[in-house]
Design a binder for this molecule. Structure first.
Ligand code: SPV
Ligand code: MG
Length: 551
């Protein structure tokens, strides 16, 4: 078969289908989805059938749908498929002037051509009372063809003239006379239609027509004719005019009846296309790719919450649940944390559970398990969630309660690695996670360029006073991920790895010469380590102690 240049315009491709020596086949479509299905099946073009377009609206093929409603559907079809579309334009929806406007609007939507029939507006389908159909005046119809040809901007746009003389029972001579007049008026092809169940009158017409111009047929009624007969007759284009709509109608009737009767979906699920197939036909994969490109920030930040511990000092309250499931003003700590993430559009949250992990309930989060939680430190928990350390990840302890701006400020830093340090906690000795930074908190300066120098575990002595306390929250993004993972792997090789916590990881990063940006806060958060903290958290949650809660 002669191949059509797939880079050519749609109109040029339709023209090539009509003009090439080999027969071509186009299939009906009536919306975007069916247009895509036609293309995937391998067809070279689409027939935008008037019957099917009206039927999918649930109206009759009597110009009950307006022409602009038809053009709106064509726009979806052209978006869903790259094939040339030949519109069944009925009678052109009016006189020569309506035809001119139709051609203009079709070209604007990349429709390749239009077929108009020599009947009167409003038309009626050719298979309903065909013999009673009135035909258009030949001269008037020729004027309509000329007007269309004069209106087209692209020389390749095709106008097919459909001869209804055989449908109306006016005979071969009338059909040939009309076809010749339409050809002379400028029609690019002739569609000869028949409502007979045998192809005789079509084949007779084709023989007499003798390839004066491309010939198009619609073998809906003479469907049992072998296609070779059309080839032998020199037919250019065969239109399978309504078969996807009819296939869909049968399938929908059968499924609707069965579900109504059985009151269950169990018997039909395997017979219908999976939802995933509908997503594929809609192009969902492309959307997901585009989302990665254009919705980076809000969609790609994820969080890891370390929530494996029971909570020393809280044994009385944690017999049946881990610390993160302790209630704070009607909501577990973990629920408060996930709410805080959601506020910053972080929905991908991995929780590392351990002690009583079965009791962890946090809708929409992924739970992973550190089964060795009793004998290990935070880095072993982090190891369970290492694949969740991505290009933009917040890692946090699970027992924090904080004002929303703290997480927002951390996310907004440009740094590839950043931690939140509370400068109000600097003076306390014995507090864990004390932090030494390159500069003390100059509280009047917003966005200070301060780097982390060291974080110490509980009670770790140091000659110089600490700059504050790391609150247990860090943000890693871009190349910071590789930095963090490299430091992690270095620690993993140590014999005491199982006892190590997040401070050692931060220190490892700093020791390797990488910058960890400090985001200073002054209070406005707390962590829960004993019953007193729990009460304070409840106050905090009620907003009764919104300033200096941790000082
Ligand atoms: C259509 O598909 O709408 C047609 C072909 O015009 S037919 O229904 O056979 O008239
Ligand atoms: Mg039609």
């Amino acid at each position: 078969m002669m191949n059509i240049d797939s880079t050519a315009s749609r109109a040029a491709r339709l023209r090539a289908l009509l003009n090439r020596p080999e027969i071509a086949f186009i299939m009906e479509a009536h919306n975007g989805l069916s247009a895509r299905i036609v293309e995937e099946a391998g067809f070279e073009g689409i027939w935008a059938s008037g019957l099917c377009l009206s039927a999918q609206f649930g109206v009759r093929d009597n110009n009950e749908a307006s022409w602009t409603q038809v053009v709106d559907v064509l726009e979806f079809m052209a978006d869903a498929s790259s094939l040339p579309i030949l519109l069944d334009g009925d009678t052109g929806y009016g006189n020569f002037n309506n035809m001119r406007r139709l051609v203009k609007k079709l070209e604007q939507r990349a429709i390749a051509g239009v077929c108009i029939e020599d009947k009167l507006f409003p038309k009626k389908n050719s298979f309903i009372d065909g013999d009673k159909q009135e035909l258009a005046d030949i001269d008037e119809f020729c004027g309509k063809i000329k007007a269309g040809k004069d209106a087209q901007m692209d020389d390749d746009f095709c106008i097919v003239a459909r001869v209804e003389a055989l449908i109306a029972g006016w005979g071969q001579a009338e059909a040939l006379k009309r076809a010749e007049a339409y050809r002379r008026a400028g029609a690019d092809a002739i569609l000869i239609h028949s409502r007979r169940s045998r192809p005789d009158e079509i084949l007779e017409f084709a023989k007499a027509w003798a390839n004066r111009s491309p010939l198009v047929i619609v073998p809906t009624k003479y469907y049992s004719t072998p296609t070779q007969a059309f080839r032998d007759a020199g037919i250019s284009l065969v239109i399978w005019a309504n078969h996807l709509l009819r296939a869909a109608a049968s399938a929908m009737q059968s499924v609707a009846a069965e579900v109504h009767k059985s009151e269950t979906l169990v018997d039909i699920e395997e017979r219908v296309a999976p939802v995933s197939e509908i997503f594929r036909l809609q192009g969902a994969a492309e959307y997901n790719e585009a989302e990665k490109r254009y919705l980076k920030r809000s969609q790609t930040t994820n969080a890891i919450v370390l929530a494996a511990g029971r909570g020393e000092g809280l044994e009385a309250l944690t017999e049946d649940r881990p610390k993160v499931m302790l209630d704070v003003a009607g909501k577990p700590l973990l629920g408060r944390l996930t709410d805080a993430f959601h506020r910053q559009h972080i929905r991908d949250i991995t929780v590392v559970g351990g002690y009583k992990a079965d009791a962890i309930e946090a809708g929409g989060t992924h739970l992973v398990l550190n089964s060795d939680f009793a004998e290990t430190g935070e880095l072993t928990s982090l190891a369970c969630a290492l694949d969740a350390v991505r290009n933009d990840t917040v890692i946090t302890y699970g027992d924090l309660v904080f004002r929303h701006y703290i997480l927002r400020n951390l996310l907004e830093t440009e740094a590839e690695l950043a931690v939140v340090v509370d400068s109000s906690d600097a003076a306390k000795s014995g507090t864990r996670d004390l932090a030494w930074c390159s500069r003390a908190d100059a509280r009047s300066v917003f966005g200070q360029d301060v780097r982390l120098e060291r974080v110490a575990g509980g009670g770790h002595g140091c000659s110089s006073p600490a700059s504050g306390r790391w609150i247990g929250m860090l943000h890693v993004k871009g190349a910071g991920r590789d930095t963090l993972l490299a430091a992690f792997e270095a620690l993993r090789r140590r014999d005491d790895f199982r006892f190590l916590g997040l401070p050692e990881l931060l220190n490892g990063v700093v020791r390797a010469g990488h910058a960890v940006r400090v985001v200073y806060v002054h209070g406005h958060w707390l962590d829960v380590n004993n019953e007193q903290d729990l009460l304070a958290a409840t106050d905090f949650a009620h907003g009764q102690s919104s300033v200096g809660v941790n000082s």
